[in-house]
Design a protein around this ligand. Structure first.
Ligand SMILES: C[S@@+](CC[C@H](N)C(=O)[O-])C[C@H]1O[C@@H](n2cnc3c(N)ncnc32)[C@H](O)[C@@H]1O
Length: 220
């Protein structure tokens, strides 16, 4: 995989050897924001506040959340994927119609679990959308998702990231899961369904995280 410029001068993630223009670029002008506050992702994340998108990818979900009023810290560990996202955010910042939303997103390149352990930020919400294995070998995901998968592989440490999020004690943790996914976390407090996925919300004030949270005795 490589990052190169497409014919419109945007950075794109693509397969080495394929012509420029066949990869995935980030262009937030194309994102529809109609009915944004009723989108399951936005409802799952609760009241707008300081949100960590710990699996930023190409930033589609960060963008929706920023448009809904969240201040988004987006973290992506693949330098290739992050470079393409950084380019998309920079172009949005230079576009008068998109700048307000783009300025609500701060991108970091790195490992979210390490960042969570180091930062004392009182996150309103931590959002997790790790790569998951395709439903069947023949089921074809949209091209940008396939390209990101080719660049980063499967996120086999998703459970560790969830536990790092629990330890950071945010107001809530929201995990995006495909409908077919096995339950890898305890039962959520709330679930919001969309056509393609569900958003499981684990609330600090709820009961779902109690068994995972380090007790005061354990941390002595
Ligand atoms: C399914 S994609 C996310 C898609 C994203 N929600 C969007 O709207 O474009 C998962 C991304 O999270 C990144 N990722 C997974 N685990 C991570 C971690 N622990 N720290 C930082 N990035 C991570 C992967 O490299 C991959 O780019």
């Amino acid at each position: 995989m490589e990052v190169r410029l497409d014919p419109a001068g945007r950075m794109e993630l693509g397969v080495i050897g394929e012509p420029a223009g066949h990869g995935a670029a980030v262009d937030f002008r194309r994102v529809s924001l109609a009915g944004i506050s009723s989108q399951p992702l936005v409802r799952a994340c609760g009241e707008p506040g300081q949100l960590l998108d710990a699996t930023a990818g190409l930033g589609g979900d960060s963008w929706i959340l920023a448009a809904a009023g969240f201040l988004v810290t987006a973290v992506e560990r693949s330098p290739l994927v992050a470079a393409v996202l950084r380019d998309g955010i920079a172009r949005a910042r230079a576009d008068g119609r998109l700048a307000t939303i783009a300025n609500r997103i701060e991108l970091h390149v790195g490992e979210s679990a390490a960042m969570l352990a180091a930062s004392g930020t009182p996150w309103t919400a931590i959002y997790l959308d790790p790569m998951y294995p395709p439903k069947t070998k023949s089921a074809l995901a949209p091209k940008p998702i396939r390209l990101v998968r080719d660049a980063v592989g499967d996120d086999l440490d998703a459970r560790d990231l969830f536990l790092a999020a629990v330890a950071a004690n945010p107001g809530r943790i929201v995990v995006k899961r495909p409908h077919h996914a096995a339950v890898v976390h305890p039962e959520p407090d709330l679930t919001f369904e969309s056509k393609l996925a569900r958003y499981d919300a684990y609330l600090r004030s709820g009961s779902s995280l109690r068994t995972l949270r380090p007790s005061p005795e354990k941390s002595l």
